[in-house]
Design a protein around this ligand. Structure first.
Ligand code: PLP
Length: 328
């Protein structure tokens, strides 16, 4: 449990949260589900939950299922014709006063489009809506600080840029929400301040985010995720992003030279750490990935979308190798 707390403390450091306000779950979807569960039906009943069509599908599946159960309307902002992602302006246009909760995807998993969290958080405050942010694809590569950008809920995991393993969903809940009596229905002995209170007539929620725990928590993924997370936290401030940006510019130039369609925004401030591009139809994507792997270039694909994510171990010569392979 100490090892688990140590990883949660890393997450608090990275997000600018207090340790008392962060919790762990098995994955991102589950962390978000615990937040919605904690809000309870009354906060959402008869109102609207806003999400974008390019949010992580798992969170949309969850919201679509809960809409009926909790009696809210799920409004999904579509990707406009000719675009590859939902623009913040379109999201804000759909954010009417009936929106009780907006789910914002900080960085999209298929285009690396980055939402302007400051602007969206201030829109939420203006409308009195809650704002939940899925920060999975941005954490560890882009600056993030709850002290300057207050949010109601954040979820993520140690996968992606934090170099961890599956099994470590991470959450943050604004302390004001917990103080206002947020009580998740799914609860167990670890939801208490003292898990060893076994008096079945005297359950009480932990005063902090421990209340989102349930039964015996898993520990090994937290142990396994610690070295990568420590390594990312120990990099000089801004250095990972500077390296990532230099290589991202190299990648965009390659995509342009090859005539692939760039799916990610061109402007650095609108993009996360990855460059996504559409592979032309005449190429077999899986064959391409295998050939690149044999050249020690790790690239991933979803359908015909290539996802290239230059991190601390990616080199400029590796990117040149990528271009040689792709042009052949
Ligand atoms: C934006 C985003 N959110 C969430 C997830 C993962 O969610 P889960 O941990 O529930 O599988 C991913 C993973 O690919 C992602 O890209």
């Amino acid at each position: 449990l100490k090892a688990r707390s140590a990883l949660l403390s890393n997450w608090a450091t990275l997000t600018g949260a207090h340790c008392a306000d962060v919790f762990a779950a098995q994955n991102v979807t589950e962390a978000f589900a615990r937040f919605i569960d904690g809000l309870g039906g009354e906060a959402l009943r008869g109102r609207t939950v806003l999400a974008a069509a390019d949010c992580f599908p798992s969170l949309h599946f969850l919201l679509a299922g809960l809409a009926e159960r909790h009696g809210f309307t799920l409004r999904t902002v579509p990707v406009m014709d000719g675009e590859t992602y939902v623009h913040d302006d379109d999201f804000v246009a759909a954010w009417t006063p009936d929106v009780a909760l907006a789910l914002v995807t900080w960085v999209s998993s298929l285009t690396s489009k980055r939402a302007d969290l400051d602007a969206l958080a201030s829109h939420a405050r203006k409308h009195g809506s809650l704002i939940a942010v899925d920060a999975t694809q941005g954490m560890g590569i882009l600056p993030f600080d709850l002290r300057t950008t207050p949010l109601d809920f954040v979820c993520g995991s140690t996968l992606k840029w934090l170099c961890g393993v599956p099994g470590t969903g991470l959450g943050y809940v604004a302390p004001a929400l917990m103080q206002s009596g947020m009580t998740p229905a799914v609860r167990g002995w670890f939801s208490q301040d003292d898990p060893f209170n076994w008096d079945i007539k005297a359950f009480s929620y932990a005063p902090d985010a421990r209340r989102f725990d349930t039964g015996t928590p898993s520990v090994l993924p937290f142990v396994a995720s610690k070295p990568g997370f420590d390594r990312m936290l120990s990099q000089p401030a801004g250095s990972v992003r500077t390296h990532n940006l230099a290589l991202s510019h190299q990648l965009i130039a390659i995509v342009d030279r090859l005539g692939y369609r760039l799916l990610s925004p061109r402007a650095d401030e609108m993009r996360g750490g990855s460059i996504m591009a559409e592979v032309p139809r005449h190429l077999d994507v899986q064959q391409l990935i295998a050939t690149l792997a044999s050249e020690r270039v790790s690239v991933d694909a979803r359908g015909r979308t290539l996802r290239m994510s230059p991190g601390t171990s990616t080199t400029a010569s590796g990117i040149e190798r990528l271009e040689r392979c792709l042009s052949q």
